[in-house]
Design a protein around this ligand. Structure first.
Ligand code: CUA
Length: 328
């Protein structure tokens, strides 16, 4: 294999490797909105390809000189046909349907003030705050929605520009300081869908994930009632010590645990942290070991984030973990 072919083979192999073993994305839509967007994408791509070919053909035709035996009249007619066909008819035939399709899809997926179920999502540097104002529930890095229901995420941001994107369910929308933005979509079936920040927002951009969890309506209500309730009482002695430690060592300065002395609002609400699937904005599974590692040294996991390492004795750490793991 020549050197050049070796280079191309490496590029293709790298691309193929990038395609395998990925989370399902926008090409595996699970809702009407993302399905509309995918159809629009393919129509645009095919139409764009046809336009490209059409322009190349017109270019070749226009570059051809006078054919043998052709008079001035014939050349003029050929030129006129080329201009009318390639310059007027082709754009009309292609662009008008594309514009109509774009307007129809844009209208169908655009958020409007209908009776959609409203969830508030606030962007923070390094994490997502998710609130259900009617129910009084607050959580982080997980957006739970009922299936078969039009949902509207109303978004603002504390200190950063993120772009919210759940490729399998909806398009993306920016969180803009000083402004509210909204995204509407419907999840058709229960499932857990990956969300990812789609706009560079600092050194942890690639680790700004979240989960969108769709439940059957009854299961959603159950989840919501639990999230809205105050924190569970510590069930063991170790958990009781953990609750005190949480305040003593400073966790409570930044984190809230509703129903306790911890009322910080800088970091995520931890009232029901044990019910969440991940830690650190979707980057670690929420297990005892990962939680311990995160508390001991969050900077090692997500460098630059606002949580400092907390100096703890091993007993304090174990007590804290016992406490936090009981906050279901
Ligand atoms: Cu938020 Cu990238």
């Amino acid at each position: 294999m020549s050197r050049r072919w070796g280079w191309w083979a490496a590029v293709v192999a790298a691309l193929a490797a990038g395609c395998g073993d990925q989370e399902p994305g926008a090409f595996a839509p699970r809702g009407p909105d993302s399905r509309d967007l995918m159809v629009l994408f393919w129509v645009m791509t095919v139409a764009g390809g046809l336009i490209f070919v059409g322009v190349l053909v017109a270019l070749v035709m226009s570059a051809r000189g006078r054919r043998p035996g052709e008079g001035d009249d014939q050349v003029d007619r050929r030129s006129a046909r080329l201009v009318v066909g390639g310059g007027i008819l082709l754009p009309i035939v292609v662009l008008v349907p594309l514009t109509i399709g774009m307007l129809v899809v844009g209208n169908r997926i655009s958020p409007r003030l209908d009776d959609a179920y409203e969830i508030r999502v606030r962007g923070h540097l390094f994490w997502w705050e998710v609130a259900y104002p009617e129910a009084g529930a607050v959580t982080a890095n997980e957006i739970h929605v009922p299936t078969g229901t039009r949902v509207r995420l109303v978004m603002d941001t504390a200190d950063v520009i993120h772009s919210v994107w759940v490729p399998q369910l909806a398009g993306k929308i920016d969180m803009i300081p000083g402004q509210e933005t909204a995204l509407t979509f419907t999840a058709e079936e229960p499932g857990v869908f990956l969300g990812q920040c789609a706009e560079f927002c600092g050194i942890q951009h690639a680790r700004m994930r979240f989960l969108l969890v769709a439940h059957e309506p009854a299961a959603f209500e159950e989840w919501l009632a639990n999230e809205a309730s105050p924190a569970r009482e510590p069930a063991t002695e170790a958990a009781e010590r953990g609750e005190a430690t949480f305040v003593e060592v400073g966790c409570a300065a930044c984190h809230q645990v509703r129903g306790t002395e911890a009322v910080g609002v800088v970091g995520p609400d931890l009232t029901h942290i044990a019910s969440r699937r991940t830690l650190g904005a979707g980057i670690l599974p929420n297990t005892r070991g990962q939680l311990g590692g995160w508390i001991a040294d969050p900077q090692a996991v997500k460098p630059g984030n606002l949580m400092p390492p907390t100096p703890l004795t091993s007993q304090q750490l174990l007590d804290l973990l016992e406490y936090l793991e009981g906050l279901e």
